[in-house]
Design a protein around this ligand. Structure first.
Ligand code: MN
Length: 207
């Protein structure tokens, strides 16, 4: 029995209004994220080898992507990625969010991007310009912080890089409220980022 589970949201569905609307949060969490988890569990409940790989945390499963048998890789990439990515997203949002990071993360952002405002502009550009479905990521690599986007539910973890901030730019993440105005959605995102949690993920990332 493989039993990855959708984490509870640490806030109410309407907590991120007006930047992310309650109906979008509810569909996204209860329907879409749950769907990724259900599909992942089904795909891994097919052999003892897969069941034993599924004893790892979802992040470790993706980090050790090379050990997954060829026939299960697409399911882990798509559904496992979907599970890890959305779990990160819920955690780095907060109704008490916004502002700027502090401490080591603030210093690293200044060193690698020049300033916090240059960082947010670069991230927003990457998120707005990503073609099709995918995610914009702030990633801790071995040497520095980098921004890039990946298609679909691909996770930086499969390349052994640690995402510390991510934004879902699939239309399902913003279309109800923002229609095709993805840039406005990205702009609103900064008001609900939980920098304390991003800071924690930065500190815990493998060097
Ligand atoms: Mn999504």
């Amino acid at each position: 029995m493989v039993s990855y589970t959708v984490p509870e949201l640490p806030y109410a569905y309407d907590a991120l209004e007006p930047y992310i609307d309650a109906r979008t949060m509810e569909i996204h969490h209860t329907d879409l994220h749950q769907g990724y988890v259900d599909s992942l569990n089904r795909a891994l409940d097919r052999s003892d080898q897969l069941r034993s790989l599924a004893e790892q945390s979802i992040d470790d499963l993706l980090w050790n992507f090379g050990k997954i048998p060829q026939g299960a890789r697409a399911a882990v990439r798509n559904f496992g990625g979907g599970h890890a990515n959305h779990s990160l997203l819920w955690a780095i949002l907060s109704d008490d969010g916004g502002g700027e990071p502090s401490g080591d993360l603030a210093q690293a952002i200044e060193e690698d991007f020049g300033s916090f405002s240059e960082f947010t502009q670069s991230f927003a550009r990457v998120a707005a310009n990503h073609f099709g479905s995918g995610w914009a990521w702030l990633v801790r690599t071995r040497n520095r912080l980098v921004i890039y986007s990946l298609p679909n539910q691909d996770s930086p973890l499969t390349a052994e890089e640690t995402p510390i901030l991510g934004l879902d730019v699939w239309e399902h993440a913003y279309y109800l409220k923002y229609e095709n105005r993805r840039s406005d959605y990205v702009e609103g995102f900064w008001s609900v980022v939980n920098w304390g949690e991003v800071n924690r993920r930065y500190a815990n990332a493998l060097p």
